[in-house]
Design a protein around this ligand. Sequence first.
Ligand code: B12
Ligand code: SF4
Length: 561
Amino acid sequence: MRTLFIHQPFRFDIHESCLPTIIPRNLLSLGASLMARGFPVAVHDMQINRLGPESIRYALRTYRPDLVGIGIHAAPFIPAVKVCCEAVKAENPSVPIVVGGIFTSTYGEKIFDVIPEIDIVVLNEGEETIVELAEAIANRKPLTSVPGLVVRNGRGEVRESPPRGIIEDLNALPLPAWDLVDLPRYRRSGLLPPYIEAQRGCSYSCTFCGVHFPNRGQIVRYRDPRRIVDEIELLYGRYGFDRFFFCDDTFTLNYTFAGKICDEITARNLQNRVKWTAYTRADRIEPNVARKLRAAGCYCLALGVETGARQDTASINKRETITEYEQGIQIIKDAGMDVHTLIIFGFPEVTHNDIPMAAKFLLKTRPTMSQFFIFHPTPGTEYFAHPEKFGLHYRFDKLEDWYKTDFIEEPLCDTKHLTREEIIKDFIQYNLAFHSYESPGERPGLQQRLLCDAIPRKRHEVVLMRTGELCLYVRPGAPHGSVYGDMHKNARRLNEMQYEVLLRSNGDFTIEEIAERFAKLFDFTSEDALLYVVNALRRFERLELIHELPALSEYEHLMVS
Ligand code: B12
Ligand code: SF4
């Protein structure tokens, strides 16, 4: 009974050099459990080996698995997983495909509609379920006898087996089978460090967060700090990793537990040899805890400040105030660590007035790094189940079409206060402003850039922006496959003169009016201004930035070919 896990790339439609590679801790943990029970496992690692879907055929022919497993971490992974599932079934229609992961645990049987090639969904934690599933397949027992599954049979009937409880004792799980992937290559790739899991679950219940799938949710379970540091020591000693990332929801949820991990690291004298980061909450950090973390090698804490704007975060049930965010950031900085803030744009309650507030928050707190996300209703949340209750309007007729978008940086909905374009505009403006710092210490121009005016130009699906000296246009309807908010891909620079022309070519002005204003602004003669404007407009037409031009053909004689 052989299992082949497929570790697919994030996407197939983006150039491989733009894609991160991440050691698949989920698959290695499942693999270790299977191997501990005598079931052989292999990982077809398309991610680090930069392989395309055609490689799946050879993997299946070589390994001859009885079960193929794929993880679906979040919705943006769906298109790539779909391609892989199609490739598996094209080669061997009878091999069952099982998927699992946080996304599928909250999306459940709906995944069968999106990827019909899938046969089995594992809900929630997978280590015990995958072993029992392998046993059931090996012994030809009905799959619905295994708790924690959704199964679709050959006739298309979907059955859910009885629910499975949480894994109470995480220490009973074997350490991830790191050797199933080429760790030295991951280390050389130098991108994201290995993920270490110290605990599972989160006792909070923020309304937007998709981490709370049934039976894992709010019950927090801790691993033995010695086993955690054993893992770090192994990865450092045998494979040379000196950077780690704790993927727990709130690393310092329990100060005593976090302290014990730090003590274990220092007891083994690893604090100067390894560096690590973790997520936490601003209200779950105190000066002495922060100093302890720092002394044990923690160099950065990441925390969600969500809107970064509203005085209270009641509507998202974050149960933290702006003051607590500010204090948390200061405590981390005072302990000598970097602070990485995570901000979400487009929450249902956010209005335009909140945006300058968020800018002020960043200016005041000055985190070392800030990452911006766009709000998406995530499966497992009320926003996803009842969007209308929150004034969210999808731009899709079919909800299931949502995963086909660029998704990561593209809003899926208009909110009752902001249109999609407005959310995009804010998102891009912040990204630009924040990431155009010249040096992390001194950040000239931040104020000007954050608080300046950005003009959304909804016509023709083009957002036109001016942030400080930067003039840009971004096209929301950029071809599928390019990541919306990625400045390098979708935002295009304009010079000030082009900007002025594009700004006024929204149908409200005639060509003469545009030229007249242009002449005044840039001190051109009327003839030269008309020449410039007509040629700029023609260029914009070719770029499909404008469509309904007022009689541009009349000016054919002025066109420079
Ligand atoms: C590390 C991490 C990442 C890494 C990627 C890790 C990876 N493997 O690829 C990075 C930083 C890149 C990332 C990105 C994103 N992430 Co993320 N991420 C996490 C985080 C912090 C930890 C996940 C983890 O590795 N846990 C440890 C492993 C062991 O647990 P696990 O993955 O749950 O696996 C278990 C089960 O799910 C199951 N299982 C998992 N895979 C499989 C496969 C099979 C075959 C089976 C049977 C079972 C199974 O068994 C495993 C063992 O019990 C979680 C939060 C959390 N605490 O879980 C968020 C989280 C999973 N991410 C989330 C999101 C939304 C994203 C983004 C979309 C965010 C964004 N807007 O950019 C992006 C997606 C990137 C993309 N490609 O588009 C959400 C998912 C919400 C949802 N319900 O869909 C989470 C829950 C965060 C949150 N609080 O909302 N993420
Ligand atoms: S946002 Fe953070 S604190 Fe809130 S429920 Fe999710 S993981 Fe927990």
